[in-house]
Design a protein around this ligand. Structure first.
Ligand code: ZN
Length: 324
């Protein structure tokens, strides 16, 4: 299985359009020792022919153009020119920076979208714009999965990719755009009797290749507990929440705002942070992604960058890839 990181920044990207924090100012001026990054996007394939997206970022169009493997193939005689190798997507949450890219895939290409029932209903029933994915028959096909239950990644015609996935419930908060009123309306919908389930709101994805190698995709982790450690211990490649260096990072750089914990992200540093808590993992290659533009570890001249590298971690960059 090939894993490509098309984007490695948190929502907003790096630099972020309205941000003049020290990192964003330095990268714009050309004085930054490090790279700009687009918003987090990972793509995987088992056969190099059909690709699956983990989420769909707002930068997806540019990310596809920057990745020759994702360009449409030349059509055969009489075939439609819509020949993208992207067969589908798996959604880990309904955040804008994780699902907006679906709307960029609206040009009538058959796609399979794997999501929990709650995320599917928020997008399809609560946001009429997503109807653009279902204008013709055999455009977007939605397939529900439940946290904890393994499922195969299927293409639009239900062809099996050979890749298996299992979702872990990590958080219990739906995005802020889902109002309390909407939550209760969706719960009472006649179309689907199942209730919106908070356990289906924010997930980590454990993805197993045809040869049994495991990728853990964990872009938003609110807490590291024993159950999560146990799951991560058997992963070969770990893509982990590197959003914030410290819990009060946004408050210090912006003068106000939320803590990392309040936003559902365990920070990298501190005794409760991922650097400490995951230090005992022996098997996986450990890579931080979903890195916010304020995070000092983005700057390769900073001691925070050195500390992460010395602890055996890598920091994801756009365009890097791994084979499992
Ligand atoms: Zn910034």
């Amino acid at each position: 299985m090939r894993v490509k990181i098309l984007g490695s920044a948190a929502g907003g990207g790096f630099p972020q359009w309205n941000c003049a924090c020290p990192n964003c100012r330095a990268v714009r001026s050309g004085a930054f020792q490090g790279k700009p990054r687009t918003q987090t996007q990972v793509a995987i394939t088992q056969d190099s022919r059909r690709w699956f997206l983990l989420g769909a970022s707002p930068d997806l169009r540019a990310q596809i153009e920057a990745t020759p493997e994702l360009h449409p193939r030349a059509p055969g005689r009489g075939e439609s020119p819509r020949q993208s190798p992207i067969a589908g997507a798996v959604l880990a949450n309904a955040d804008v920076d994780h699902v907006l890219g679906l709307l960029l895939l609206r040009e009538l290409q058959p796609l399979r979208i794997h999501s929990t029932a709650s995320i599917r209903r928020i997008l399809r029933e609560g946001n009429s714009m997503f109807g653009m994915l279902e204008r013709v028959a055999n455009q977007a096909s939605w397939t529900d999965f439940a946290p904890g239950e393994p499922f195969p990644l299927l293409g639009p015609d239900e062809e099996d990719s050979g890749i298996r996935c299992r979702a872990l419930s990590l958080g219990t908060h739906f995005p802020a755009y889902v109002s309390a009123e909407r939550l209760s309306q969706l719960s009472q919908s006649k179309l689907d009797q199942s209730q919106l389930n908070p356990q289906e709101s924010s997930l980590g994805l454990l993805i197993e290749s045809a040869s049994g190698k495991r990728l853990a995709f964990m872009p938003a982790v609110p807490e590291i507990n024993a159950a999560l450690l146990h799951e991560l211990d058997s992963a070969d490649l770990l893509l982990f929440d590197g959003t914030f260096w410290s819990d009060d990072e946004l408050i210090r750089t912006q003068g106000s705002g939320s803590t990392a914990q309040q936003m559902g992200h365990v920070p990298v540093s501190s005794p409760e942070g991922s650097l400490q808590k995951l230090a005992g993992l022996r098997l996986p290659r450990k890579i931080y992604l979903h890195i916010n533009n304020t995070n000092p570890m983005l700057n390769e001249a900073n001691p925070e960058h050195r500390q992460v590298r010395d602890a055996g971690w890598e920091i994801a960059e756009d365009g890097c890839q791994f084979d499992l």
